[in-house]
Design a protein around this ligand. Sequence first.
Ligand SMILES: C[S@@+](CC[C@H](N)C(=O)[O-])C[C@H]1O[C@@H](n2cnc3c(N)ncnc32)[C@H](O)[C@@H]1O
Length: 317
Amino acid sequence: MRSQPFHRPVLVDQVLHYLIGRGEGAEEEAAGAPYLDGTVGGGGHAAAILARCPRCRVVGLDRDPEALAAARSRLADHADRVRLRRLSFAALHEDADLRVAGLAGALLDLGVSSWQLDRDARGFTFRQGALLDMRMDPDSALTAARFLREATRVELAASLRDGQAPRPAAIAARIVQRRTRRPPRTSDDLVAVLESVLARRSTHAEKARLFQALRIRVNDEIESLRAALPAIRDLLNPGATVVVIAYHSLEDRVVKRAFGDWSDPARRLPPRLPLPATALAPLGTTLTRKPVTPGAAEIAANPRARPARLRAWRRAA
Ligand SMILES: C[S@@+](CC[C@H](N)C(=O)[O-])C[C@H]1O[C@@H](n2cnc3c(N)ncnc32)[C@H](O)[C@@H]1O
């Protein structure tokens, strides 16, 4: 038995508010298209959607078979209204049924679950002795240790910089210098590199940023998000909403920019381009001018909710 829940879902009321509203209309909508939970994790948000809307169906995706097992057990009471599939949300187009049915709404709750973070064997943590794995999909070929062993110095520095790690160029150079003798294998090896560059003990925040940068690269998180957003938009039925919860500024920026571009396709084009009016018409509306963030009570109950930033966009009816 697990003593801790697999994952505590964040901003649940706000997700339901944007995705379903008070439920009016959702029932008729639900008879046709399902809701997509592209990051089903432990099934917390999916369970809330199914409870709020008793006739709705949910298609839940995850790259991680452990997450799907947890979701299957959490959602067992609604098994007839749930379809779970091991698939990256970046590969939505591979799901033929979704292409036919369209979507009543979609949710992406990005990043990793508490279960993944807390299991040393999954290698996301900087707790001592954890192997540098960090794969959300355990069948993917690229572990964090392999990336640190095989990437060029330039690739390492770019990934660490993109992921907002501290001192990216110096850390990349130190990894390359050390790895001929001893490639980093464990969290301790990577923390030792960080601390040799800083020439002091590292803070929790510095370690977190370094490990997060590596995780983002190993799982190709930003490119997956960039690929998924337009695919989801095109599957939304008229009037349906996509909700995205991001946990760092890099992914939040991608979401903000995509929603802004869809709401105002002309905004990035040079003025007076001879384009038909239809090419410039808004595809929908951004529902969140500013990102929605958790309140003090939610953060006190679940400190991991702190960085969450929710944005929502509705396709034109
Ligand atoms: C923050 S958790 C989601 C938790 C979930 N909302 C809940 O209520 O339990 C993020 C989940 O997304 C999954 N994930 C991350 N990137 C993914 C991708 N590209 N495709 C599918 N799943 C992904 C992770 O494996 C993880 O289980």
